[in-house]
Design a protein around this ligand. Structure first.
Ligand code: HEM
Length: 156
């Protein structure tokens, strides 16, 4: 079958399908197409993002009190694994934690517009620290901004 993801030579019955094209960042670099997870460097990039995010959160007197200070490594794993899964990486988050149901899981926390803006501030610093390609950064950021607005559950 012809498929838009394969580089077809002359179309027609009996042709041998060509290999899918993979654009790479450099000769042996990561794929420049496919999932955002692959494009930005997979698990290590998400771990860097989330660790940097929590460095900021730990300095924050509004939102840090909501987080489990005695289980920061657990929190790092949960957010990183979720984001990896969302962006096309392994489904380990749901294997361990079930369906994300993020709005429900955030119900115990008072997420006011102030808390959301603090969260977004630390996440923005973390995203910028990665030095991603502009389109990848814009795609990742648009999602995080929208998701953080959706998580707001306390309006005063
Ligand atoms: C809007 C501001 C937000 C605040 C104040 C907030 C706060 C929190 C807190 C206090 C926790 C518990 C930490 C833990 O034990 O893992 C948590 C968990 C989590 N948050 Fe948020 N969050 C916000 C937005 C978001 C957004 C936008 C996402 C996704 C894009 C997200 C994804 C998660 C995930 C995946 C977990 C772990 C859920 C679990 O498996 O238990 N959060 N959040």
């Amino acid at each position: 079958m012809t498929d838009d993801t394969t580089a077809a030579g002359a179309a027609g019955p009996g042709r041998v399908p060509a290999q899918p094209i993979t654009l790479r960042v450099g000769e042996h670099g990561v794929s420049a197409t496919g999932s955002l997870y692959d494009r930005i460097g997979g698990a290590p990039t998400f771990d860097r993002l989330v660790r940097r995010f929590y460095e900021g959160v730990q300095q924050d007197d509004v939102i840090w009190p909501m987080y489990p200070a005695d289980d920061l490594e657990g929190a790092v794993w949960r957010l990183s694994a979720f984001l990896q899964q969302y962006w096309g990486g392994p489904g380990t988050y749901s294997e361990e934690r079930g369906h994300p149901r993020l709005r429900m899981r955030h119900q115990p926390f008072r997420i006011t517009s102030e808390a959301r803006e603090r969260w977004l501030h630390h996440m923005h610093e973390a995203v910028e620290s990665l030095g991603l390609a502009p389109l990848d950064e814009a795609e990742l950021w648009a999602y995080l901004d929208r998701a953080a607005h959706a998580m707001t559950n306390t309006f005063d």
